[in-house]
Design a protein around this ligand. Structure first.
Ligand code: G
Ligand code: G
Ligand code: NA
Ligand code: MN
Length: 253
């Protein structure tokens, strides 16, 4: 079987599952959500990382069914946590091609309705390159998503080719500072300058600033001092299996 066929089968047979990485408010340490990260339990190859299979999905027309699958699984889990007394907002990474399909907001609306959750508990993380490759179409799809009440986040902000002008006319809620700037900001003056500039940019647009790749206390402290709202990274927690999230939350409460 080719990798593409195997991945299609994996989506159909439910061989993909999610890990969840917690995020916390920078000032108080209160947990404010989790990011869902896809994993593939391959029948013979074992655990396959998303760096391997997301590009295959993107290049072969599988990213939309994969994204629907991930949103469905994340909302089902969110509902389980809610029923157990924990309100845990979930973020899902959305493949670029989804922003070029006008049916996508309707698909998301169906999934939210099916799980009986408020739309505000779902954040969709999108990349700048997905917007820039077809801005007109992306604006239309993002407007549809905004009207549902889901939150929108720009992932990996500041990497690759970007054009911040879209921030003027798109209603996004959150900016994720890429970990390539964050992780070494305490020892690299250039990284620190970029992080401070991006936090200021987020502030000026009224966006929540989320830093990923926070690996130590000094970085967390520096981010809080810079005015960054939310931190995520190995220092708080690595991505966890769903069943470990509640005990992790309980230990911190
Ligand atoms: O979990 P990990 O750090 O290995 O993720 C590697 C990359 O795969 C990250 O860039 C992450 O955004 C991406 N990724 C993980 N899960 C998903 C997913 O469900 N959909 C998409 N489109 N990308 C994902
Ligand atoms: O592109 P995206 O932001 O979705 O990437 C998420 C990926 O980053 C996941 O694969 C996750 O395992 C990884 N990750 C999460 N926290 C850290 C961290 O503190 N340091 C590093 N190096 N990677 C991290
Ligand atoms: Na992400
Ligand atoms: Mn990222």
């Amino acid at each position: 079987l080719t990798a593409v066929t195997e991945l299609r089968h994996a989506i159909d047979r439910g061989e993909l599952f999610l890990h969840y990485q917690p995020k916390a408010l920078a000032n108080t340490g209160a947990v404010c959500g989790v990011e869902a990260l896809a994993r593939w339990q391959h029948p013979t190859r074992g655990l396959v990382r998303p760096d391997e299979f997301i590009p295959i999905a993107e290049e072969n027309g599988l990213i939309e069914p994969l994204t629907r699958y991930v949103i469905d699984a994340a909302l089902r889990q969110c509902r389980v946590w809610q029923d157990a007394g924990w309100e845990v907002p979930v973020s899902v990474n959305v493949g670029a091609a989804c922003l070029h399909h006008t049916e996508f907001p309707g698909d998301v609306a169906d999934l939210i309705k099916r799980h009986g959750l408020p739309a505000r508990l779902l954040t969709l993380e999108i990349t700048e390159s997905a917007i820039i490759s077809d801005p007109d179409r992306a604006v239309e799809v993002l407007r549809g998503l905004t009207e549902l009440g889901v939150r929108l986040s720009i992932d990996d902000f500041g990497t690759g080719y970007s054009s911040i002008s879209y921030l003027r006319n798109m209603r996004v809620h959150e900016m994720k500072l890429d970990r390539s700037f964050v992780t070494h900001m305490c020892t690299d003056a250039g990284d620190s300058a970029i992080v401070h500039a991006l936090v200021a940019l987020a502030r000026n647009f009224g966006l929540q600033a989320v830093a990923e790749g926070v690996e130590d206390q000094d970085t967390w402290t520096a981010l809080a001092e810079a005015g960054c709202d939310v931190v995520q990274g190995y220092f708080l927690s690595e991505p966890l299996p769903a069943e470990e999230v509640v005990s992790w939350l309980g230990d911190r409460a």
